[in-house]
Ligand binder design. Structure first.
Ligand code: NDP
Length: 335
């Protein structure tokens, strides 16, 4: 069982040598345990925060232990009565090829149906990132039909799900993404009404002009994934009583400062901003996953994936994700 452990913590930018590839034997199963062979593991931006030994909403990733993270795979051995060899499951198996899971622990493992939804999508659109989009849109932005909503990192795992969910609610949906290929995908494949390439608009003035054109009625809802000058530009275009779901600030995950230029706009435009962590809202997951699963099964949401091959490729793929080298949900294909 090959595993990636966190060997040392980053100083500033995360680097490949923070991780170490090791190999261990999988232990014999005890009662209620199952052995899962991972087909895919998920790489997610939140993992960068856990590499630091800093106070946060989640415990830091312990040094010398397998990197934590979501996985999908199949049961290859079982000592739990409800799990049989061949069952497809989603869990939190970490950066390794196999995991031994105590299936009697609530939420440790969930069987999934791959008839209409490919297994890998349970780590993306029909998994944690999809529910993240759902929560921010439905519970925080709560748009009315006809309102304009904007999202950063629009081509990614969260962004793509957000687009389909917002279109289903009759919104004008505007994405912001890096580069012409991603923007073309966002409009042509994901069905957004417009997409702004932030690399063509590298400052507040230029970005706010592009937003004015893409959002002629102003912005009623904003789903923030990035932070920095794009946030400042969006604030300038918000309508009175706009709602902001603060989901992520990836532009600052390696420690970059993200000052806000004009906080008075919160008062002037009577804005509401709410940060959230999707794992603290387990009550919405069933409803959200049902809607997301239906969108994927009906072809209304066609999420894209970037797939790195093999456990040895995980660190570089993860560092690439933090720099926007991924195009869609970043996965690692295992055995
Ligand atoms: P994505 O698939 O969107 O990948 C990350 C993307 O971020 C990159 O592809 C890149 O897209 C963009 N990006 C990276 N650096 C920058 C930068 N400096 N400026 C602008 N864009 C940048 O990842 P996810 O969909 O998994 O996650 C999206 C966001 O949601 C993250 O901020 C993440 O932390 C957050 N999140 C929060 C959760 C919560 O519970 N609050 C749960 C899950 C995710 P591009 O090339 O277009 O710039």
């Amino acid at each position: 069982n090959r595993q990636q452990i966190l060997d040392n913590r980053p100083e500033g930018e995360a680097v490949a040598s923070n991780f170490k590839l090791v190999s261990t034997e999988t232990p014999a199963l005890k009662d209620n345990q199952v052995l899962v062979r991972h087909h895919y593991m998920s790489l997610d931006p939140y993992m960068r925060g856990r590499m630091n030994d800093a106070k946060s909403y989640a415990q830091p990733q312990p040094l010398g232990q397998v990197m934590q993270g979501g996985t999908v795979g199949e049961v290859v051995e079982s000592k739990h009565p409800k799990y049989a060899v061949g069952d497809k499951v989603v869990g939190f198996g970490g950066w390794q090829e196999y995991s031994v899971v105590d299936a009697s622990q609530p939420g440790a493992l969930k069987k999934v149906d791959t008839t209409h939804v490919p297994l890998s999508h349970y780590l993306g659109a029909v998994g944690m990132p999809g529910v993240t989009a759902w929560y921010g849109l439905v519970k925080i932005i709560a748009p009315k039909a006809g309102e304009t909503v904007v999202i950063t990192a629009a081509s990614g795992a969260v962004g793509s799900a957000f687009g389909a969910l917002a279109k289903a609610r009759g919104c004008r949906v505007v994405g912001i993404a890096g580069g012409p290929d991603k923007c073309k995908y966002v409009t042509d494949e994901l069905g957004f009404d417009a997409c702004i390439d932030y690399r063509q608009h590298p400052d507040v003035k230029s970005m706010s002009a592009a937003l004015k054109e893409a959002c002629p009625q102003g912005i009623d809802g904003y789903f923030e994934n990035v932070g920095g000058y794009i946030f400042d530009a969006v604030l300038l275009r918000t309508n009175a009583f706009a709602r902001i779901a603060l989901c992520g600030m990836i532009a600052g995950y390696d420690g970059q400062p993200l000052p806000l230029a004009n906080p008075a706009l919160f008062l002037i435009n009577r804005l509401k901003l709410e940060g959230f962590i999707v794992s603290e809202h387990m009550e919405v997951w069933p409803e959200a996953l049902a809607e997301l699963g239906a969108l994927v099964a009906s072809g209304k949401l066609r999420p894209r994936e970037s797939v790195a091959e093999g456990i040895e490729a995980a660190p570089e793929a993860f560092l690439g994700l933090l720099k926007g080298k991924n195009f869609g949900k970043q996965l690692v294909k295992l055995i």
